[in-house]
Design a protein around this ligand. Sequence first.
Ligand code: 13P
Ligand code: SF4
Length: 352
Amino acid sequence: MVVTSQSIPEIRVPKHPQWPELSAREKDNLKDRIKTLLKKNNAVLVAHYYVDADLQALAEETGGCVADSLEMARYGTTSDADTLIVCGVRFMGETAKILNPEKRVLMPDLGATCSLDEGCPAKEFSAFCDAHPDHTVVVYANTSAEVKARADWMVTSGIALPIVKYLADKGEKILWAPDKHLGSYIQKETGVDMLLWPGSCVVHEEFKAFGLERLHKLHPDAAVLVHPESPESVIEQADVVGSTTALIKAVQEMPNEEFIVATDDGIFWKMQQLAPDKKLLSAPTAGEGATCVSCAHCPWMAMNALQNLEQLLIRGDNEIHIEEDIRKKAVIPIQRMLDFAREHGIGGSPAK
Ligand code: 13P
Ligand code: SF4
C-alpha cells in the first residue's frame, strides 16, 4: 500500500453556524409550515444521520428518509416525489441528481461541502489516474461529480470492503481516493495492492487514540464503535468498524450497556431513538475549547437547519445542476455500486 505524495489543497474549515434558539412553540409552528410546503411542492427530505436532530425527525414524520450515504443514494431512485431535498452535504445532493436527472434536487445550503471532496480536485485527480492507467479507479462517495466521472467504481463506507474484495479476486490493482484512512483500512482487511490519495475527513481525523484508550479504561465494559474514516490507531481499538448504519445497528444488537462512539455526534439521535436504554459516550477529540476544529461534529452537515429549509422551500433556489456529459459518465460507477449492492443483498434499509 502506498499513500501517494500527491499535494492536496489546504482545507478551509468553517465555524459551526449558530442558529437562533427557537421555543418549543416556534419550532412546532416552523415544522408545520415546512410540512405544508413539502406537500405543496411534492417534495421529500433525504437526510443523513449527522444532520440536526429536528431535521432527522421531520424527515421521518413526513415520509422521507434518514440514512447513510448508500441508502440516501438509493432512496431517491425509489421515491415518486418530484423534488428531493437533500439534507446533508454537497456530494450527497450531486449523487441524487446524477441518479435522478428528471427530478429537482435542492439543498438548504449549497456551500455544505466535505473535506474529502475539497481535498480531491478533479484536474489533479485526473492526472493521477492518467499516470496509473493499469489501476482500477475506485472513489469514495465523498467526491465531486467530476471525480466520479473519472472513476470505474464509486463506493460508500457500507459497501467498500466487498467491492474491493471482488475486484481483488479478479486480480485488479486499485487506485483509491480520496480518504487515506478508509483506504488503508480496506487495504489491511483485503491485502489488495492499493494506491491511496492522501485525503482525510477533518471530523474523524480528530479522534485521539490515547484519549480513547483512557476513556475505555474508565468504561471497560463499553463497546468501541468506529467509523473507518478515523485514523488507524483509533480503528485498532474498535470492537466494530463500519458505516453509520452499521454503527447504529451495533448499538441496537450488541448486549453492552455502554458504547464509545468515534463518529459525528449527530448520529446519537438515531442511536438513542432505537436503543433508549443504552449509554453513549463520544470518543475524545482534542476537546471543546482546546484545539479541535470540528469537535466530533461536521461543520458542513451543521449548515442544514429547519430555518434554512423553510427558506429553501419558499424560494425554490439552491438547486443542484450537473452538466449532462459529466452526469452521463458519473452515473456509471454509481450504478455499478447499486447493482452490486442489489445482487449481493448489501444495505437495503436504513436502521429501524
Ligand atoms: P456513511 O456512508 O457511513 O453514512 O458516511 C458518510 C460520511 O460522510 C461519514 O463522514
Ligand atoms: Fe465529509 Fe467528514 Fe463531514 Fe463526512 S463528516 S461529510 S467525511 S467532512
